[in-house]
Design a protein around this ligand. Structure first.
Ligand code: NAD
Ligand code: UDP
Length: 315
């Protein structure tokens, strides 16, 4: 297949590029490197099955190649970065999705949107199933990300209804693993790097808020399955094992054998109190469920960051 992946030099996108190239697909990776890095895809750069296009997907993109799939993963995706760059975040979610849908329609390709558990906002039901319409602040600091993804989903279904485009919408829950950026402020990378450096682990609020963490290999396996079935409605993809942030900190201290202390900082505005996917639909439709437990996944991620620190790639 010929697959165009936006955000292909980012954390999830680069893992996907590698999976597709390994199974002999052709990949066109589109990225503007605002948060991604060439380092993530360096082993693909010489491959005849891989093309890298440096382009901001908020502006239209024209390609000569035939395409089977357009996978839209480009987004400013971590709270730290989208709070700094709210307008660019909205543009990659809304204009970027529109441009990707336009490419898919022009090429007769199918389209997959990387959506997010953030469409559920600070959820009023637990765990979150796909039918839940969410509790998102329209005007709050996280709205640039949450509403860009909700708008992106609306655009996707407009193309399905008006142009009968083949679409998939994957609502991804917190995912972690090697190739995460060390400095994008997400909890797993922050805690691991802090623990390895012997710095205090920064707990926002009292640490009683929960997240459910999915290892990257489980996530990419799920995405590969989703493009094989004919199902257009949104699908949650994540690991339903739920942890308090304070417990995550203790697990990381144990696995790294770090003597770091915990430091409590204010909870960011609109930080969701609970998050856990209901994965009943993907289990039934795909026979998919996560296979990597938190401690195993964290151990691999810790090794990755330990090696990066040793090589001096992390300040
Ligand atoms: P990431 O920041 O590592 O990757 C995003 C990539 O998109 C980066 O390479 C960045 O340079 C690129 N990009 C951003 N704006 C762009 C633009 N306008 N044009 C071209 N490229 C652009 O983030 P990630 O964690 O890999 O997230 C990938 C996708 O998955 C995002 O759409 C994100 O919203 C979604 N997602 C991720 C998670 C998670 O836990 N990692 C959870 C839910 C949803
Ligand atoms: N968090 C924290 N310390 C950090 C980074 C994050 O306590 O150094 C908390 C954050 O407030 C949130 C959770 O960890 O409750 C997950 O944050 P992240 O930015 O990874 O993703 P989110 O799920 O909020 O998008």
């Amino acid at each position: 297949m010929n697959i165009l992946i936006t955000g292909g030099a980012g954390f999830i996108g680069s893992h996907l590029c590698k999976r597709f190239v390994q199974r002999n697909d052709y990949v066109i990776c589109v990225d503007n490197f605002i948060t991604g890095s060439k380092e993530n895809i360096k082993e693909l750069l010489g491959s005849p099955r891989f093309i890298l296009v440096d382009h901001d997907i908020s502006t239209p993109l024209y390609r000569e190649e035939d395409l089977d799939w357009v996978l839209h993963f480009a987004s400013i995706a971590s709270p730290k970065h989208y709070l700094e760059l709210p307008i660019k975040t909205l543009k990659s979610g809304l204009l970027g999705t529109h441009n990707c849908l336009g490419i898919a329609k022009e090429k007769g390709a199918k389209f997959l949107l990387a959506s997010t558990s953030e469409v559920y906002g600070d959820p009023g039901i637990h765990p979150q199933c796909e039918e839940y319409n969410g509790n998102v602040s329209i005007t709050g600091p996280r709205s640039c990300y949450d509403e860009s993804k909700r708008g992106a989903e609306a655009l996707t279904y407009a193309y399905l209804r008006q142009h009968n485009l083949g679409v998939r919408v994957v609502r991804i829950f917190n995912t972690y693993g090697p190739l995460m950026q060390a400095d994008d402020g997400r909890v797993v990378s922050n805690f691991i790097v802090q623990a390895l450096k012997g710095h205090d682990l920064t707990i926002y609020g009292d640490g009683e808020q929960t997240r459910s963490f999915c290892y990257i290999d489980d996530l990419t396996r799920g995405i590969l399955k989703i493009i094989q079935i004919d199902y257009a409605l949104p699908l949650n993809l994540g690991n339903p094992c739920e942890f308090k942030i304070i417990d995550l900190a203790q697990i990381i201290l144990k696995l790294t054998k770090s003597k770091s202390k915990l430091k409590f900082l204010p909870l960011p505005e609109d930080d969701p109190k609970k998050r856990c996917p209901d994965i009943g639909k993907v289990k039934t439709l795909l026979g998919w469920q996560p296979e990597v437990g938190l401690e195993d996944g964290l151990a691999k991620t810790i090794e990755y960051f330990r090696a990066r620190l040793k090589k001096g790639y992390i300040d």
